[in-house]
Design a protein around this ligand. Structure first.
Ligand SMILES: Nc1ncnc2c1ncn2[C@@H]1O[C@H](COP(=O)(O)OP(=O)(O)OP(=O)(O)O)[C@@H](O)[C@H]1O
Ligand SMILES: [Mg+2]
Length: 390
């Protein structure tokens, strides 16, 4: 089963691109499910149809699921929700309702990840296309298998030990309700689920991330940051969808002449930041982009005759590794003939790399902002930058 995740800054066209991709896949004969983790449900708008909290069959080979987190809480998270609620009461706080728990950050994503496992087990789909909330949130959430497990290990590790002591002594410890076996089982289930989904998410041949952006400065910057983070989380970011491109003829008559010139500069900026990643384009539509017919048009613009399920690259052009305590950022830079590497720190966050005639701008993740660059070299078409943290 293939998983394609679309992400990007708010409003760039993630939902439209996801729906367009899913539509095209279904036409090619892939059993496809389009799933959204964004609580601002907009797949229905994009497809121009009513969706509910369950899977909706749209057409041959195409199903849609907009995750309704309150519904999920009330059904799948019942035991845990009841326990958290009892725990809050015992601590002198009010009970927590399913609705309140549903607004905890990340719940949509965890639920979506559960579905990924479920679909994998059931084997009913060839491809899952995942539409997500704007980058800031999604990035945190894509690290979820790790983060959730960390919480579970820390939090429930403590509870487990307490449980052990409590059972051995008086049966109740402090004023805290002890979780029932069902709760502990649910937690063990979540952990197990997260481990399995992590394996799927980090398999570069199955899960790939496609970044959607527009040719605008702020959007490009945020996309660069997202790219770095995704690489840090071991995701295969293999394609870029530049959406809302003004066609050349928009300059006829002069009205968009300056805008087009600006766009040319931003396209260059995009290349400097993302080459050699696969880049796809989609023009700004003349009329509202809504409904299957328009989505078909968008899918064709982005992918042409190509199969959107294909994996464009076996690994992200950029990755982070730690070797002997030294953080290394490795970037694939094919077609570079020189081994002469120059690094410039443009500001705290940004590193500019010159290799031969190529330029790359890299937005560093927070963890490396204060780190010192201790060296860089170029080997086997790869640039390796070494960092030392303070
Ligand atoms: N190429 C395009 N041409 C014309 N309109 C577009 C294009 N791409 C997207 N739109 C329109 O822009 C709006 C935002 O698009 P969309 O909902 O797909 O973005 P999004 O990235 O999912 O937004 P959000 O961050 O709010 O989830 C929608 O009204 C959509 O129809
Ligand atoms: Mg959206």
């Amino acid at each position: 089963m293939r998983l394609i995740i679309y992400t990007g800054k708010g409003g760039v066209g993630k939902t439209s691109a996801s729906a367009a991709t899913a539509y095209k896949l279904s036409e090619l004969g892939y059993r496809t499910i389009l799933m959204s983790t964004d609580s601002a449900h907009s797949l229905g708008d994009s497809l121009d149809m009513e969706l509910g909290s369950d899977i909706v069959h749209v057409k041959e080979n195409l199903d849609v699921l907009e995750i309704d987190i309150i519904h999920e809480m009330k059904t799948k998270w019942n035991d845990i929700q009841n326990y958290v609620s009892a725990f809050m009461l015992s601590q002198g706080m009010g009970e927590i309702s399913a609705e309140e728990m549903a607004i905890m950050p990340g719940m949509e994503m965890i639920s979506a990840l559960f579905y990924v496992n479920q679909f994998e087990d059931e084997g009913n789909y060839d491809v899952i296309v995942m539409d997500t909330a704007p980058t800031g949130e999604t990035l945190r959430l894509l690290s979820f298998p790790d983060v959730t497990n960390w919480y579970l290990e820390k939090g429930f590790g403590v509870v487990k030990r307490l449980l052990h002591i409590a059972r051995a002594t008086v049966g109740k410890i402090m004023d805290m309700p002890l979780p029932s076996d069902e709760v502990m089982e649910s937690v063990a289930d979540i952990k197990d689920n997260m481990d399995r989904v992590k394996a799927i998410l980090e398999d570069p041949q199955r899960t790939t991330v496609r970044l959607v952006l527009n040719p605008e400065k702020m959007v490009i910057k945020e996309t660069m940051r997202a790219y770095t983070y995704l690489c840090l989380y071991n995701k295969n970011v293999e394609a870029l969808i530049v959406n809302r491109v003004l066609p050349e003829e928009a300059g006829d008559g002069g009205f968009f002449k300056d805008k087009l010139e600006e766009q040319r500069q931003y396209m260059e900026m995009i290349h400097h930041a993302f080459d050699p990643m696969e880049i796809r384009y989609c023009e700004t539509m003349r009329t509202e982009l809504r409904g299957l017919e328009k989505l078909k048009l968008m899918g064709d613009m982005i992918y042409g005759d190509e199969d959107p399920a294909k994996v464009y690259a076996a690994e992200s052009p950029m990755r982070f590794v730690t070797v002997d305590g030294v953080d290394r950022l490795e970037m694939r830079m094919p077609f570079v003939d020189s081994s002469n590497v120059e690094l410039f720190r443009i500001d705290q966050n940004t590193l500019m790399v010159h290799v031969g005639s190529q330029k790359r701008n890299i937005l560093l993740p927070d963890a490396l902002v204060h780190a010192q660059v201790i060296g860089a070299d170029f080997k086997d078409e790869k640039l390796v930058i070494r960092f030392k943290r303070d």
